[in-house]
Design a protein around this ligand. Structure first.
Ligand SMILES: [Fe+2]
Length: 270
């Protein structure tokens, strides 16, 4: 027994984990239980955390080894495995539904966000269960998607550094339905702006199909909306969800999230 107190936040996904100080080392049973809980609930919220970059990196490693982020211009100078999400430095909120870093052979198991500066209203993060989205599709479309793969690269932000383009821009193929390595369930998996195309389809037809899928699949009943409080840590299971940011806040206020991604398995459909 690890004594974790888990409270679901939404009928479809998301749970708050109480009484855990991520600034302290956690024992192995607790780490194991947190990974199992993430696989089940797909988004975990830890409130009132107070973490140095080093403590945050140690906490994130519960869910896998922190991996390099490809827009390295936004990395924290002294801790390059932490990316800074801060729109006042010219970044655009990622408002399109997506999962992270699909241009890697072993894309992240999880994206971890720490709320350092939070605007007084708006600026939330939404997370959708692509496990629930998969189950809601008609049988024939599930079969169709199970036979498709997407080819992924960088999504072409104008300020991408040449070295990042060189390291992370090569095409990587992933199944459009993947089996969760811990939970065993299937989920729809793609990134509309990182996928150059779907197997056997033109880029235009691929994009139109992905857009239409997103419009059809992502409904309020499969979305947990996280309204940030300073000190929140949000862990998102990238293997079975998509997420998006909301830019609906007063841009004179600062919104700073520290992001860590942790490496997962190569996506497979089994
Ligand atoms: Fe993201």
């Amino acid at each position: 027994m690890t004594g974790l107190r888990i409270t679901p936040l939404h009928p479809s996904l998301g749970a708050e984990v109480a009484d855990v100080d991520l600034g302290r080392p956690l024992d192995e049973p607790t780490r194991h239980e947190l990974n199992r809980t993430l696989a089940e609930h797909l988004a975990l919220v830890f409130r009132n955390q107070s973490l140095t970059p080093a403590q945050y990196l140690a906490a994130a490693s519960i869910f896998g080894p922190p991996m390099e982020q490809h827009y390295s211009q936004h990395n924290m100078p002294d801790h390059p495995l932490i990316g800074m999400i801060w729109h006042r430095n010219g970044q655009q909120p990622a408002e399109q539904w997506h999962t992270d870093h699909t241009n890697r052979e072993r894309p992240p198991a999880a994206t971890i966000l720490y709320g350092v500066e939070i605007p007084s209203a708006g600026g939330g993060t939404s997370v959708a269960s692509m496990r629930a989205a998969y189950l809601a599709l008609p049988e024939a479309e599930r079969r169709r998607l199970e036979g498709l793969t997407s080819f992924n690269g960088l999504d072409g932000h104008a300020d991408t550094r040449p070295e990042d383009r060189e390291k992370y821009g090569k095409p990587v193929e992933h199944p459009m339905v993947r089996t969760h390595p811990v939970h065993g369930s299937r989920a729809v998996y793609f990134h509309i702006s990182k996928a150059t195309h779907i197997s056997g389809m033109t880029p235009e037809a691929s994009r139109a199909y992905m857009k239409e899928l997103l419009d059809r699949m992502i409904k309020p009943e499969i979305v947990y909306h996280h309204a940030w409080r300073t000190g929140d840590v949000l862990v998102i299971d990238d293997r079975a969800t998509m997420h998006r940011a909301h830019g609906d806040y007063d841009r004179r206020q600062s919104r700073v999230l520290w992001r860590i991604i942790v490496e997962g398995d190569r996506p497979r459909l089994t």
